[in-house]
Design a protein around this ligand. Sequence first.
Ligand code: KIV
Ligand code: ZN
Length: 539
Amino acid sequence: MSTENEQDGSRNGASSDTVGDDPDRVVIFDTTLRDGEQSPGISLNTAEKLEIAQQLARLGVDVIEAGFPITSPGDFEAVQSIAREVVDPAPPIVAGLARTHVADIDAAWGAVRDAERPRIHTFISTSDIHIEHQLQSTREDVKGQARAAVAHAKQYLDDVEFSPMDATRADVEFTAEVVQIAIDEGATTINIPDTVGYTMPHEYQAFLERLYAMVPGLHGVVLSVHCHDDLGLAVANSFAGVLAGARQVECAINGIGERAGNASLEEIVMLLRTRHADIGLDTGINTREIARTSRLVSRLTGYPVQPNKAIVGANAFAHESGIHQDGVLKERSTYEIMDATTVGLATNSIVLGKHSGRHALRAALEEMGYAVEGQALNTAFKRFKEIADKKKVLTAMDLEALVTDELRSEISGYSMEFFEVEASSRRPPNARVGVRGPDGEVSEGSFTGDGPIDAVMAAINAATGLHAQLRDFKIGAVTEGQDALGEVSIVVVVDGSSGSGQAVSTDIVEAAAKAYVRALSVAVQRAQQAESAVAVPTP
Ligand code: KIV
Ligand code: ZN
């Protein structure tokens, strides 16, 4: 049944040089760092975005939409770093989003220009609802803006994508006119967004087929789909678009994105792969990197993956009923349509213990794709030894959590110096903490709270003098078993700006304290940035 290439997890190993040339190749455009990052409560810093982008490159996505550079200096910096630094194992296309304004396009170009393969993605709405109420403009003006924006972007580079936003609720004839203009000006990809997740698969397919009929030039560019999941149809709609002829799918890891999210990358990729015999289309994705990418994105965004989520949920390959277990033990294909190892689950044999040396740690990290050298290796090794003393064995999942945790120590702002908590069932717990501030000074604070973690968080507020409000608190374990590393994700709001922080430790109070201080640092940084940023409504 399966014709999978078990070596690298990719069906055809097609390189991204083939993007747009091969009629059987679907370009995977990942928007985790742009549309995904717009999910409420997510706030990634540059180091975290870079880490995700590097993993997306390992996963083999063709295009990384790295951000919306005009929106803030932080976004610009992150897109620029990704454009400059993400080159292995092959340089992906790095896209920056821009409205049709000259300043947006200039900012997008400034941020992506150093990429080996830069792209500008510009958009304007074609639905009357948006034109009248949001843009407060006219169809004529929209046509003029689309023309000017693509022409302006083309002065900088060849690879220009154009999106008529909210297209699925727009007049198809007007959208066709705007698409024609964008193609006349040289757009190389035309993306048709279902911005509010309203369309149905048969409607979307028909809409795209009508566009093909009305705009013959569409056959000469890459048609792309971008579907939101408000009615749970994002993947089905994206697939309908592919059936209509689209050869780029915009999607996000774990399906994150505005509101209900975007089409989930792992689902569309595994659909094309699992049903290849019937569909006949390929992607360049190394599917064995899917599980790890999903974990990294979940950990850094603080967005957990629901257990029953297709492909990457904890139960996606679990069988509870006796009949199913019996069937799978006799022959896996009785109840499994995919092999868990194909998506990178249960493949890694890395196991380190307290006697493992620096060399073994470096080799293990290298095998997992992390090049950790010099001071970073010393710090990682020190952390590894501390944990290995408490926890007998460390697996690849633990190391992954450790590396991402270390990454977050680079967040500038506040850092945890020490904490003490007294917890008892007889009196309210009391916490005392020391927090180093951005000025290098350590301030102390104490508090008596409802529980030990509550007391620590309130003591941190007292030490910093900040009135941070806790918005979200999640606790989990990195692996199974009693000695598993605890993992805490926290979202706080300071002066109207939210920040998220995560941390791992064998001690959950320590993990919570560190995560809280990190979330606080990000929120403070964002509050400061918000003061200086241009107000841009995000799509
Ligand atoms: O949903 C949407 O329309 C978008 C566009 C910017 C492509 O995100
Ligand atoms: Zn979107």
